[in-house]
Design a protein around this ligand. Structure first.
Ligand SMILES: Cc1cc2nc3c(=O)[nH]c(=O)nc-3n(C[C@H](O)[C@H](O)[C@H](O)COP(=O)(O)OP(=O)(O)OC[C@H]3O[C@@H](n4cnc5c(N)ncnc54)[C@H](O)[C@@H]3O)c2cc1C
Length: 392
């Protein structure tokens, strides 16, 4: 059997390589960067993805590097009043089957990378930016930026937000700019002044902003993420999302909340994008996975988790379809299109929910205060996870 080619060695590409290797398929991962790696910040992992990581055989390793917050807490950034929480104790574990954890991205990516290196079926190649591909009846030929050519049985585009594979498959141009900007910072935990919620994953929501805080690396450091919905962007002005706009938008919140801005670096920001849900990700023997297929805003913290779910479903369909990759990929997308569309659209909604002001904020706060913290039924569709190969 010819090997399967994967464009992109991020979380999605590596999860796909591992899942396919477990099904006995040979895989070659072609990564554009000079080295396989991830950025130095945290990432949240819900119980839906733990099921997948367990199947990939990496959950124990990752949990050893993870932090388990005691609650997900939502706080009004203007008043600094806690509005609601999801307790992450035994009732949560019983309901969803796994705990909620947060982890350094390098530990997550590194755990997947190490597991791939242990598999003889997986070949990992860096400095291999995939530029184009061509198909014939029984193979896909991939051309990389440096002129190196590979022939494989199929190609999986796990090449991220700006995926060239997507452009060849769907051709829908650049992703949508949300007008939201993110500033991040990881600082030693003992520098954090307000320790009242330090054991939790806390989100403060305020007009056109929110702030996220949780501990990483056995509690040694605190991960801080400040997001603004840029007013300058809406007005079509220059310097949208610049550091002075971060200060400007946070000027209206409680001083104790605003104080947390000192933990985020002004040196870099991330411009957030997503896409409208697609109706197809597949062209012949080529399909898409992860952000290449369904980039989402981070407000449900599910982008990477969806990529990992994709990987397991994809591998199951490939194993079931023998060498009929088109059939496998169509079956894969049938199972994934609506679930990932729901994440993309719900994430937009949650962004609004975090960022509202005026009367909408009053309504949000009233509804949030009415929630039962021990009955997070709203998360059932997401956290209860998916079936893979007919099993939960
Ligand atoms: C602020 C923020 C917070 C987030 N928080 C969370 C969270 O808490 N939980 C969560 O689940 N998700 C979160 N996400 C989303 C998550 O980071 C992404 O969904 C996830 O990283 C997507 O993984 P991927 O492998 O599909 O794409 P990527 O991580 O983008 O990986 C793509 C890989 O492909 C490579 N590549 C690019 N072009 C080519 C090419 N032509 N050829 C070969 N290789 C190529 C890249 O170098 C990269 O290694 C967050 C996102 C943001 C912006």
């Amino acid at each position: 059997m010819k090997e399967i080619l994967i464009a992109g060695g991020g979380i999605g590409g590596l999860a796909a390589a591992l899942a396919l290797a477990q099904k006995g398929r040979k895989v070659r991962v072609l990564e554009k960067a000079a080295e396989f790696g991830e950025i130095g910040y945290g990432i949240q992992m819900g119980p839906n993805v733990s099921r997948m990581l367990e199947r990939l055989g990496v959950l124990k390793t990752l949990e050893a590097a993870a932090v388990f917050p005691d609650a997900l807490i939502f706080v009004d950034a203007v008043s600094n009043q806690e509005l609601t929480r999801i307790a992450l104790g035994t009732a949560f574990l019983k309901r969803f089957g796994h705990r909620y954890f947060v982890i350094h991205r390098r530990d997550l990516h590194g755990g997947l990378l190490e597991a791939c290196k242990q598999r003889s079926e997986v070949v990992l190649e860096s400095s291999r930016g995939v530029e184009s591909f061509a198909q014939k009846s029984d193979a896909v030929t991939v051309v990389c930026e440096n002129g190196v050519v590979y022939e494989g049985a199929a190609l999986i585009g796990a090449d991220g937000l700006w995926s060239p594979t997507r452009q060849a498959v769907i051709g829908d141009g650049a992703p949508r700019v949300a007008g939201h900007f993110v500033y991040r910072g990881v600082v030693p935990d003992d520098q954090i002044a307000d320790r009242s919620r330090a054991g939790a994953m806390t989100i403060w929501g305020g007009p056109d902003l929110h702030l996220v805080q949780y501990r990483l690396q056995a509690g040694a450091v605190m991960n801080n993420v400040a997001t603004i919905a840029s007013r300058r962007f809406l007005r079509g002005e220059q310097n949208a999302g610049a550091p002075d706009e971060l200060e400007e938008i946070f000027a209206g919140v409680h001083p104790g909340v605003r104080d947390n801005l000192r933990y985020v670096s002004r040196e870099r920001n991330w411009v957030l994008h997503d896409r409208e849900p697609a109706v197809n990700w597949t062209l012949g023997r080529v399909t898409l996975l992860g952000d290449a297929a369904h980039p989402t805003l981070q407000y449900l913290a599910q982008g990477a988790q969806m990529a990992i779910e994709d990987a397991l479903v994809l591998a199951g369909k490939v194993a079931a379809a023998g060498e009929d990759y088109n059939r496998a990929f169509l079956a894969y997308q049938r199972e994934r299109l609506n679930r990932t569309a729901r994440v993309v659209l719900s994430s937009r909604f949650f962004g609004e929910w975090f960022h509202v002001g005026g009367g909408a904020r009053d309504l949000r706060n009233e509804l949030a205060l009415q929630r039962d913290p021990d009955n997070p039924w709203e998360a059932d569709w997401l956290y209860k996870g998916i079936e893979v190969d007919g099993n939960l």
